[in-house]
Design a binder for this molecule. Sequence first.
Ligand SMILES: [Zn+2]
Length: 377
Amino acid sequence: MDRCIDLLRDLVAINSVNPTLVPGAAGERAIAERIAVDMRRSGLDVSIDLVAPDRPNVVGVLEGRAPGRTLMFCGHTDTVGVAGMTDPFAPVERDGRLYGRGAQDMKGGVAAMMTAAADVASRGGLAKGRLIVAAVVDEEHSSIGADALVTRWRADAAVVTEPTDLAIAVGHKGFAWVRVDVEGRAAHGSRPAEGQDAILRLGRVLARLEALDASLQTRPPHQLLGTGSLHASLIEGGRELSSYPDHARLQMERRTLPGEPGSTALAEVQQILDALAREDPSFRATATAMFARPAYEVPADHELPQTLTAALAHVGGRPRITGASFWTDAAVLGHAGIPSILFGPGGAGLHSVEEYVNVEEVLMCRDALIELAKRYC
Ligand SMILES: [Zn+2]
């Protein structure tokens, strides 16, 4: 059995469900200990950076024999929950696939980056430069691991080994969450002259948002990422059948493109509320920014994707440049000044009840990372 796949099986067998996402879940402590043991055995200098109680990042460093550039491999150790899965932590290999929670997202990528570093170390190490392997917590919730990582560690470039089907993803969208509170006036359901229906008034906002979404999706698309979009995620309001609702609340998400700041969504919603208040002075509503993470992109002609393209071709892969739709830690690294790309093995079932990673792609990912480290550092 290949050492990389052995490690992958071990990682899948360790419950590392994100405890912020799923209250009471195991968290990243046990998997971090396993990773630290493996990195030390591989000859890396290991640091354990406690990000929150029981939630450690593990960072392994391989120093080259001469000064040079620093390349970082980064992956998250947490997974989403396991509701509905029969045996989430029992790795099963079948037809070239390895099944289990986190197999694809992203223990396959973590095993690939760790064994790539181990391979470089075992073959005499790096001639120059420095390789950093970072296993971080909490990507599936709010990326406190990556946020902490960039305050303590620097690199000239990074590869985040999220699953991309071995495509080289040079960017991804961002997102922003906005809350809209619409005020009405409570009254007995039989007294329309006294009541103001907050839910129907929120309907006016929804109609404008639907039009905004349509217009976002007809704008000229980003070459790799398409267009921005929005959706109404959560809605609540009303108290009982026979009363006018005095309050209604919408929580919505706007997906953003590179160049659109996180404040874009709030500004767009505020514009809609201002227009509705001009049309009807009794319309009262507020918009509040909840959370945002910006989109991110490295220029496609940047040296890093170019070098990885050559490295992947060298080990027999078929390189292609793409963009990812989902948000990742690459944006945290990128906005901290570390040019970052995504590159990881393929599979299916991300966040669903049957998740697997393609074993051959885990190995090819590892081989390409070994080659990249030699060429880049
Ligand atoms: Zn992931």
